[in-house]
Design a protein around this ligand. Structure first.
Ligand code: AMP
Ligand code: MG
Length: 324
């Protein structure tokens, strides 16, 4: 997958100062940062272009929902709706290696791309003091999957990140080796019953002591796959037709480049830029669904199957899949 240059080809800087890292994040750059679990690849979660840069730098072929990092529980709960159980778990486990999935608030400013279009959002407060200081100074939710290229091992030192992503990202906040070294535990509290989505730094036993019995853990890989596999989360109400250069008279159009003037269109990227298109994708599907009610369907322009186009086409294929 072709990377999108984030740094105007400048080498990746090793940073010791949370303030410098926060400044780069505020400017829409990608900055890896150490936490107690593994190094995360951070970007301003409210900036869909910056979030698209994460997928591009990692070479991810699909848009998985990303965990948003906050300096404290108040900041996190301003963007998601805490349940009583979530507040109890937060008091016991945050800051720390625990991620909670909760319903987004209506005014949540996190880009739809960071949440992969889901109505829920995964939030975490890392315990690493420099990382928390960076988050505080950034004053933004920071989306952060592990700071490795897709399919490679999660990094537990700045040197690992540099070896894998050097030249593709603006900086790395070096917080030394990660003491926990495995990813955070992910618990889904957005439904009726708490479900352990991914085992990690906080044990199941510790969580069951707080929450009671947890719903069945999905088989390995399913936690990653399940949010992305739920076609209904991505499918607009209207039928979707792919690879269309000449939409039918009664169809609305999701354009990439040329856009017909005689119908309702949402433009992913007039200049055919895949990073811009990825940033606009979920917004476009939601917008057309809300505004094209009288249309027979949504026709989608052909998107090249290179770079971020792979992830865009993966999502579009789900949106166009037969409804179950
Ligand atoms: P990573 O980005 O590698 O740290 O992985 C993040 C994990 O959190 C994956 O297992 C995701 O599937 C999971 N995750 C993130 N957001 C959500 C969400 N809204 N609902 C369910 N799982 C989520
Ligand atoms: Mg990972």
């Amino acid at each position: 997958m072709e990377p999108t240059p984030q740094t105007d080809d400048k080498p990746t800087k090793i940073l010791r100062s949370p303030a410098c890292a926060a400044k780069l994040l505020r400017a829409g750059k990608l900055v890896a940062f150490g936490t107690e679990t593994v190094y995360g690849l951070g970007a301003d979660a409210t900036n869909a272009q910056a979030v698209a840069g994460i997928y591009s730098a990692k070479g991810r072929p699909s848009f998985n929902p990303l965990i948003c990092h906050y300096p404290d529980a108040d900041a996190a709960f301003a963007h998601v709706q805490p349940t009583r159980l979530a507040e109890k778990i937060a008091a016991a486990c945050w800051p720390g290696p625990l991620t909670m999935v909760l319903q987004r608030r209506a005014d949540c400013p996190v880009s739809l791309l960071a949440g992969a279009g889901l109505p829920t959002l995964a939030v975490r407060i890392p315990a690493q003091p420099l990382a928390r200081e960076m988050l505080k100074q950034a004053g933004l939710p920071i989306a952060g999957p592990s700071a490795n290229r897709s399919g490679r091992i999660s990094p537990t030192s700045a040197a690992h990140v540099l070896a894998d992503l050097g030249g593709r990202i603006a900086g790395i906040l070096d917080t030394g080796p990660c003491p926990v070294g495995v990813e955070s535990t992910v618990i889904d509290l957005s439904g009726d019953r708490p479900v352990l989505l991914r085992p990690g730094g906080v044990t199941r036993e510790a969580l069951e002591a707080l929450a009671g019995p947890l719903g069945a853990a999905p088989t390995p890989g399913a936690a990653m796959a399940s949010p992305g596999m739920l076609a209904s989360h991505y499918a607009p109400a209207l039928p979707v037709r792919l690879n269309v250069t000449a939409p039918l008279a009664e169809e609305a159009y999701l354009a990439f480049g040329p856009a017909p003037a005689d119908r309702l269109c949402f433009q992913l990227s007039a200049r055919r830029d895949l990073t811009e298109a990825a940033a606009n994708l979920f917004e476009g599907l939601h917008w057309l669904d809300a505004h094209a009610k009288g249309a027979a369907g949504i026709a989608v322009a052909p998107i090249p199957d290179t770079g971020l186009g792979l992830a865009i086409n993966d999502r579009l294929a789900r949106a166009a899949a037969p409804r179950g």
